[in-house]
Design a protein around this ligand. Sequence first.
Ligand code: CA
Length: 530
Amino acid sequence: MSDTATPPAARPPVTIRMHEGDNVAIVANDGGLPAGTVLTDGLVLRERVPQGHKVALVDIAADTAVRRYGIPIGQALEDIPAGSWVHERLLQMPAARGLEGLPVATVKPPALPPLTGYTFEGYRNADGSVGTRNILAITQTVQCVAGVADIAVQRIRAELLPKYPNVDDVVALAHGYGCGVAIDAPGAEVPIRTLRNISLNPNFGGEVMVVSLGCEKLQPERLLPPGSIALVDHRGFGEARPDALDVIRLQDETHVGFMAMVETIVRQAEPHLQRLNARRRETVPASELVVGVQCGGSDAFSGVTANPAVGFCTDLLVRAGASVMFSETTEVRDGIAQLTSRASTPEVAAAIIREMAWYDAYLQRGGADRSANTTPGNKAGGLSNIVEKAMGSIVKSGTVPITGVLSPGEKLRSKGLTYAATPASDFICGTLQLAAGMNLHVFTTGRGTPYGLAAVPVIKVATRSELARRWHDLMDINAGSIADGTARIEDVGWELFRFMLDVASGTKKTWTEHWKLHNALVLFNPAPVT
Ligand code: CA
């Protein structure tokens, strides 16, 4: 945002205060507001305040709290007169909340009536899960095979896919793991189970084919031990799958030269494509949605517009019996007391604390703490520190009780709201939510990111109308209308909910699907490499 930008003259100054106890509000106008602007309550800006940044509503004395979302987001480092721009250089970040003595399961869940009658058209799988897309995935045990698998996938797309119109795509599950790693070290189970569970994602229809090199540490039988793939239909009928794992080993002597390897992969893909192609969408209840929510490229509007709208939608989904995961440990760590108090049982609260403690120790081993999270773009967008960012991030989880907790890479087994512990990194969070079994991804952004995944549709929600206009062919939903005053949080929440059902049914596509914008899978490997 340029310092010379001037606000559109047509629009009166708009500031947003999140909580009645707040002593700051954020400026909503595109381009910010210049010095001398008179706000509706008569307060005069002492200096220019960029869009998304905070203005002091009252005189804030040095060493007293700057409050947003009703909580202290920092102590003032000097006296801040009313009307000043409150930027991150004026704030001392509060210390992280300890993990002892937290409130446990103290919040009485809101009485929200069940939401019935909402359905989508999905692909029912043998293990009982439901896909929103019908994709052949090519699992890889090790990075060494990625180049060969990629060439094979290009050939399958060009030569085979036109024969199988019910199959949406073929994707190569390339990654950086599999060899050169301490595969028996504590923590190695995280990347291994992540890869296993991604290959079993509902959008891949249970058709698992594996490309292996031969000599790698992560052998196919270790990646997918017997019994990890559902062989018969969960309802007791339908075709049983072949019970042997379908593995192509590039070092097998039968492969004479590169082209022979590609031929084998292409040939062995065909029976999988035939079975996938024979599947049809069927009407399933909205409770079969497994939604992963996350944010990336956040700004001060994330916690004002897009994330609250996603939170409203989270409540709708849970009321409809669906599964919703929220994640991003470093971005919710500062709100841990809110999370443990929203846990449905003491056991769930204990699991939240266990995951946070593990992550605190992980960061400490690396000589970092949660303050490493905020980016230059976050700060330029008005987010002073991780405490402020966390409050805006947690609202994606809505108001329903937290009923489940997942460790990184684990598969989701419960309905309702789950805290799926993952790093906040967009790619790693998305990869781990894929492993948990998400069939739809919701991603909010304020600064803007073209993030997308090959395996599931990614619905992108813009926090500001200016971004939604500028990135008109990348953003699916504009929550900026909330700051503009033309829509309420619940309006955008419902719009998102209905759009999700259409996208899940395949009757609408997201922009990243349209353009085929696919980010790489990035595994979380807390164990050493060798
Ligand atoms: Ca993120």
